[in-house]
Design a protein around this ligand. Structure first.
Ligand code: NCD
Length: 340
């Protein structure tokens, strides 16, 4: 992790490149611990008290359902009271206040800011700006334009980690990413995290005009992570351990160009279950459209609903870490594990 992220114990979550293997392993361990502790009333009450003196701000100026609710629930689990902005037209930004000033204002009232914005790099800029103030607080990037979605990538890692725990973990696995790879931020952040695992192979399956961006391919080459491209999902399914479906990001179209593309080769259909290896898994960050047949949901290899719930637990872990409560969760009484 870079110096700036650690400055003055301010632990931001801004981009996937911040995370190294020991930190990923620690976060997965913390997430599992939280999931188990929260199952019992005594454990849930313990979590509720941990950060009940803290307040959080959810600044979501881009559409969101699950990520918003997931962070909202994660704050509740830790006893954090939350305020929210979901539309900058209802804040003083409407009066001409800059987003920077608006965020500095919000930071005066809370102890952590969780933000989703259409602009790439805005969470980083906010974190930098707050670090120059007298009252810096952690910033969590909940999706920044087409660029990054680090907390989604972390919950994806946790889902892969859980799914492959009896098969040697994520190391050595072949992961196919399907869909609008050029404009999907989840696959970008997840690709960055792959540098932390050995022997991983990536297969990108996308329409010609929506292929994975060159900066990610250059990053993978630099880190010696093998990748290849294909233009038919069915051709790669027999060789994968995980298939990561994504939807077409039509909201970024300039002139409705998505509607001109034939997506039939980039959709997971019910009959594909027959050619997917028996121990492979199917993931999707959701929301889905036509690229994933709902009849696949009842197959035990479909992990996306579990993945969604994993997201809430991973976000509890990330918030707890950013606010310094992670050690107490791992070791509530210095050495006892009686809550497990
Ligand atoms: C993703 C996003 O917003 O980038 N959704 C999510 O956070 N789970 C994926 C998407 O919108 O396609």
């Amino acid at each position: 992790m870079g110096k700036r992220e650690e400055l003055g114990e301010i632990l931001h979550v801004l981009r996937a490149q911040q995370f190294d293997r020991p930190l990923l392993d620690r976060l997965c361990e913390l997430t599992t611990r939280i999931r188990k502790v929260a199952k019992m009333k005594e454990g849930a009450d313990f979590l509720q008290r941990l950060l009940s003196h803290k307040r959080g701000m959810l600044y979501f100026t881009q559409p969101s359902t699950r990520t918003f609710l997931s962070f909202h629930s994660a704050c509740h689990i830790l006893g954090i009271r939350v305020s929210e902005i979901r539309d900058s037209a209802t804040s003083s930004e409407f009066k001409g206040e800059s987003p920077e000033d608006a965020l500095r204002t919000f930071s005066s009232y809370v102890d952590i800011i969780i933000m989703r914005t259409p602009q790439a790099g805005f969470a980083d800029a906010t974190a930098e700006m707050l670090e120059r103030t007298e009252r810096p607080i952690p910033v969590i990037n909940a999706g920044s334009g087409k660029d990054q979605h680090p907390t989604q990538a972390l919950l994806d890692i946790y889902t892969l980690h859980r799914s492959f725990k009896d098969r040697g973990g994520i190391d050595g696995k072949t992961i196919a990413m399907i869909g609008d790879l050029d404009r999907g931020r989840t696959v970008r952040s997840l690709s960055y995290l792959m540098k932390n695992y050995s022997g991983v192979r990536l297969i990108f399956v996308a329409p010609e005009s929506r292929r994975m961006a060159e900066d990610i391919k250059a990053f993978l080459d630099k880190n010696e992570i093998p990748w290849k491209e294909h233009d038919r999902l069915a051709d790669v399914l027999p060789e994968v351990d995980a298939v990561y479906m994504t939807r077409i990001q039509h909201e970024w179209d300039v002139a409705g160009e998505s509607s001109a593309i034939d997506y039939s080769n980039f959709a997971f259909r019910h009959e594909h279950l027959a050619i997917l290896p028996r121990d492979a898994i199917i993931m999707h960050p959701l929301p889905r459209r036509d690229e994933l047949d709902p009849r696949v949901d009842s197959d035990p290899r479909a992990k996306y609903w579990r993945q969604e719930r994993n997201g809430m637990w991973m976000r509890v872990a990330l918030i707890a870490r950013s606010l310094g409560a992670d050690k107490e969760i791992i070791d509530p009484y210095g050495s006892s594990t009686h809550l497990l």
